[in-house]
Design a protein around this ligand. Structure first.
Ligand code: C2E
Ligand code: MG
Ligand code: MG
Length: 461
């Protein structure tokens, strides 16, 4: 554990000037609260059981607080804040017993329950590596911070830096490019498909569900299957959901398509279970989109389907992305709560791609978090992406959620995820999405333990 004893040295003038220039380019000071930053402080407070958390940025004279948890303050004189020590240290700072620390007597440390006894602080750096701010947790009792905890704090500070970077990026786009409006998708009649094509497909029963196994990465046991819709077009062949789900959503046809998908998945679970009662412990997960949540009747609909096909709620999971919850958060929360009471598993899909993921983890009652495949893909690029995945796994553990890594394509990613303690995963390396009959063959021949990729290939495709 590293305790700082270094002299507080001010940055030289030139360094400070370029730091201030970068800070100005973010335009972060004196801006209203944003859920992304608030979520980070709240998570830090939860995770560390902290008495106060401050996330702030420093200009020439003040430490301006973007988000705080605990004591509500807007700013501190910079020279009496922890920022000076962080800059001098040029890295994280952990002080387990503040009373013994010579530099702290002049610092203003905000805490409702008396003086802070210990704290830990991590720098929030700009893309250029400048320390613009800090994320600091305070505790009113003596507390040792472990290396693992420090890493989590640093990762949370990195997430704050990520938000800052997005802001910088947005600012530069606004400066450079004239305002552009997005061209609507169906501007041209040449674009295919159109709404009548989708309606026709529905009537002609051209949609099918493929299933992708989801396994325990340690035992290779198949724990579940994700149902993924395909359009089996008589002339164009198998069409990916990315090519028609957006239109289905826009046109409202996602409701009947979604109803079909839910019923079809439930029917398929019933068929697998009638072949082998052992398959009752399999969970089939269905993807839902925003419009399906905006309907109050979703929980009743799911309940009716479970009864109709004689299933227990543990056999069904529902996946949704954060963006599908945002349009009507109030209804989404009500609907999710009733689904939760029913006992179906709720999965947050594509975690990490939204703007305020952390926030939503607190608000909505999810059981399982699926790490977006973009994080998994980047994991072999360096230490920082690994750190992010490690933090997500750790946070999920703290919040009592299971984690599934999406998009595992290489053995290296698989092993790294195991090392990080991620228990579940899916991806092309494990098995590609396949028709229901291929799943049946796989389950019959291998039991529930997934064979190696070549054997899966031979059996299923
Ligand atoms: P998703 O729910 O995140 O599904 C995972 C997607 O990643 C699937 O794409 C899957 O085939 C793909 N995938 C799995 N493993 C790998 C891998 O190792 N590497 C790569 N590069 N990709 C992998 P798919 O089937 O094309 O589905 C795309 C999206 O369409 C889904 O993303 C989901 O959001 C949506 N979707 C699929 N079925 C339905 C549905 O029935 N209803 C609704 N509303 N949306 C659906
Ligand atoms: Mg999904
Ligand atoms: Mg996903």
């Amino acid at each position: 554990m590293q305790q700082v004893e270094s002299e507080i040295v001010a940055l030289d003038e030139q360094q400070e000037e370029s730091r201030l220039a970068v800070l100005a380019s973010t335009g972060i000071l004196d801006t209203p609260p944003e859920p992304g930053y608030d979520a980070i402080t709240r998570l830090a407070a939860d995770y560390f059981q902290a008495d106060a958390v401050l996330l702030g940025f420093a200009d020439e004279s003040r430490f301006w607080i973007k988000s705080c948890w605990g004591e509500l303050i807007r700013e501190l004189p910079r020279d009496r804040s922890i920022f000076e020590m962080i800059v001098a240290q040029d890295g994280p700072l952990v002080v387990s017993d503040a009373s013994q620390h010579p530099k702290l007597k002049d610092c203003l440390l905000p805490l409702r329950k008396g003086n802070p006894s210990s704290f830990a602080s991590a720098p929030v750096r700009s893309r250029e590596g400048k320390i613009l701010g800090t994320l600091t947790i305070f505790s009113s009792s003596l507390r040792l911070i472990t290396m693992d905890e420090l890493r989590i704090l640093e990762s949370l500070a990195e997430m704050a830096a990520g938000q800052l970077e997005l802001r910088q990026l947005r600012n530069s786009i606004h400066r450079q490019a004239p305002a552009q409006t997005l061209r609507p998708r169906r501007n041209s009649s040449a674009v295919w498909p159109r709404k009548p094509d989708l309606r026709h497909a529905l009537e002609q029963r051209q949609f099918v569900l493929y299933y992708q196994p989801e396994i325990n990465l340690f035992t290779r046991r198949i724990v579940g299957l994700e149902a993924l819709i395909r359009w089996n077009h008589p002339e164009r062949g198998i069409i990916s959901p990315d090519d028609f789900i957006p239109l289905a959503e826009e046109s409202g046809l996602i409701l009947p398509i979604g109803d079909w998908g839910l019923a079809e998945a439930c029917h398929q679970i019933q068929k697998w279970c009638s072949e082998d009662p052992d398959h009752r412990s399999l969970r089939v997960c269905v993807n839902l989109s925003a419009r399906q949540f905006a309907r109050h009747g979703l929980a009743d609909q799911v309940d009716a389907l479970l009864r109709r096909f004689g299933l227990t709620s543990r056999q069904l999971g529902l996946e949704m992305t954060e963006s599908s919850l945002i349009p009507d958060m109030h209804t989404a929360l009500e609907v999710l709560s009733s689904l939760r009471r029913l006992g179906v598993a709720l999965l947050m899909d594509d975690f990490g791609t939204g703007y305020s993921s952390l926030n939503h983890l607190h608000t909505f009652p999810f059981d399982i978090l699926k790490i977006d495949r973009s994080f998994v893909a980047r994991m072999t690029e360096g230490e920082q992406p690994v750190q992010i995945v490690r933090t997500i796994v750790e946070l999920a553990r703290v919040l009592g959620m299971d984690v599934v890594a999406e998009g595992i394509e290489t053995a290296e990613q698989y092993e790294l995820l195991q090392k990080l303690g991620c228990h579940y995963g899916q991806g092309f390396l494990i098995a590609r999405p396949m028709p229901a009959e291929a799943v049946t063959r796989l389950l019959n021949l291998s039991g529930r333990i997934l064979p190696d990729p070549e054997a899966v290939e031979a059996l299923c495709y």
